[in-house]
Write a protein that binds this ligand. Structure first.
Ligand code: AR6
Length: 169
C-alpha cells in the first residue's frame, strides 16, 4: 500500500515521464498554442490523428489518448473555461483524475489549466485546482500514486509553494 504523493515541479510538461500528462486543450482537440501546441509538437502528428477521432471535448470534460513520442505514456486532454468559472475548472481537474483512475493509471502531471490564453487569474485557479485534487483524493484514498502540478511561470511557483502546504499539510 502507498500514500498518494502530491507535489509541484517547475518544468516543461512535455519532458515529464508520468503515466499521463494533462493537456489544456480547446474544444476542437485539434491543437493550438501554449501548452497544447508544445504537447502536439513533442508528441508528433500521430497525436493529432488520434485526437481528430475523438469528436472534440466539452469544457470540463477529459479524454485520453496515447503519448506517442512523449516520455509519458498518455495524454489526458481537458478543456478549461475561458475566464473565471470555478465549477468548470474544478470539473477539469476532477474528471482528469477520473479518467486516469478509470484507465488503471497511477501518476499524472497537470499544467495550470486556463491560466494562459484563457485568462483565469492564477491565484484563484490554483485554489480551485488544489481543492479539486484534494476532494478527489479524499473520495479515492490511495487509488493513485502521484499528482504533480507542473508549473511553468514564476507567479505559479510562488502561489503553489504557499497554497499546497495549506491544502496538503
Ligand atoms: N509545460 C508546462 N506548462 C506550460 C507549457 C509547457 N511546455 N507551455 C505553457 N505552459 P495555456 P489555457 C503553461 O495558454 O489558458 C491553446 O491555444 C502556461 O504558462 O497553454 O488553458 C489551447 O488550444 C500556463 O501557465 O492554456 C486553447 O485554445 C498554462 O500552461 C487555449 O490555449 C496554461 O496556459 C487554452 O488556454
Amino acid at each position: 500500500q502507498f500514500e498518494t504523493k502530491v507535489c509541484w515541479q517547475r518544468a516543461d510538461i512535455t519532458k515529464l515521464k508520468v503515466d499521463a500528462i494533462v493537456n489544456a486543450a480547446n474544444r476542437s482537440l485539434r491543437g493550438g498554442g501554449g501548452v497544447d501546441g508544445a504537447i502536439h509538437r513533442a508528441a508528433g502528428k500521430r497525436l493529432l490523428n488520434e485526437c481528430i477521432k475523438l469528436d472534440g471535448c466539452q469544457t470540463g470534460e477529459a479524454k485520453i489518448t496515447g503519448g506517442y513520442n512523449l516520455p509519458s505514456k498518455h495524454v489526458i486532454h481537458t478543456v478549461g473555461p475561458i475566464g473565471e468559472d470555478a465549477s468548470a475548472l474544478f470539473a477539469c481537474y476532477y474528471n482528469c483524475l477520473e479518467v486516469l483512475h478509470g484507465n488503471d493509471l497511477k501518476s499524472i502531471a497537470f499544467p495550470c489549466i486556463s491560466t494562459g490564453i484563457y485568462g483565469y487569474p492564477n491565484d484563484k485557479a490554483a485554489s480551485v485546482a488544489l481543492k479539486a485534487v484534494h476532494n478527489w483524493l479524499h473520495e479515492h484514498p490511495n487509488a493513485i500514486e502521484t499528482v504533480v502540478f507542473c508549473l511553468f511561470l514564476d507567479i505559479d511557483v510562488s502561489i503553489y509553494e504557499d497554497l499546497i502546504k495549506q491544502v496538503f499539510p
